[in-house]
Write a protein that binds this ligand. Structure first.
Ligand code: 13P
Length: 211
């Protein structure tokens, strides 16, 4: 098989998403930009916890299928992934998942990026909400496009979350952090409400970490 290391990386991210409960059943999709500029992605309709190297399709940036095992076409959301790669040359990995807390916020039509912890101010300061789009249609890439190039994560209204980054690993870490932020926000609300970092503390973080 071509690109064995990259295939293994997608399989491992799929397993992590599944094992951490960031996706269930056949949900979610993952992709990676390859050194030759083509895109390796997950096939449609399979559990991301049980993928094998040969079942990962490869497509060109315009969506042409370059390789697919019989019966294992590219993810139904490949257009959303391709839009990220097209609009952000620094993006080399994309993760779409349905993490339960983040998805609950997405269903409410509400985000959760209040600056409450230094780590999130530095690593994931903004998580915008992309308006509802019918899955698998061009509406989905159109809905996320305004955020590509300005942040590395967004919520998909009534659907789930999308993260991207300079590597697949970075996109995966952002997905973990995003769900953690959603969980902590929900817990702080149960404890009486969110408590933001002061502007002064945020400014100091920006000075030191340059975000
Ligand atoms: P695919 O199996 O086609 O990638 O779709 C899963 C999903 O989560 C759609 O949003």
């Amino acid at each position: 098989m071509d690109f064995p290391k990259e295939r293994q990386a997608i399989i491992e991210v799929g397993q992590r998403l599944y094992d951490r409960g960031l996706v269930v059943a056949n949900d979610g999709n993952v992709s990676m930009r390859l050194p030759d500029g083509s895109i390796l992605c997950t096939p449609t309709g399979v559990s991301k916890g049980g993928m094998t190297p040969e079942m990962l399709p490869r497509v060109s940036l315009d969506g042409t299928v370059l390789y697919a095992m019989e019966g294992k076409g590219p993810s139904s959301e490949i257009k959303m992934h391709l839009r990220v790669y097209e609009r952000d040359q620094s993006a080399n990995g994309v993760v779409h998942a349905h993490p339960p807390y983040a998805t609950a916020f997405a269903i409410r039509g509400e985000t959760f990026d209040a600056p409450m912890m230094p780590e999130t101010v530095v690593a994931l300061p903004s998580i915008p909400l992309a308006g509802y789009a019918t899955p698998s249609t061009h509406e989905v890439p159109d809905s996320i496009e305004p955020f590509v190039g300005t942040t590395s994560a967004c919520l998909l209204e009534h659907h789930g979350a999308l993260t991207w980054g300079p590597s697949l690993e970075q996109a995966m870490l952002s997905m973990e952090r995003l769900e953690y932020m959603a969980t902590v926000t929900a817990i702080t609300r149960q404890l009486g409400g969110e408590r933001r970092l002061s502007d002064e503390r945020i400014m100091r973080l920006k000075e030191i970490f340059g975000t």
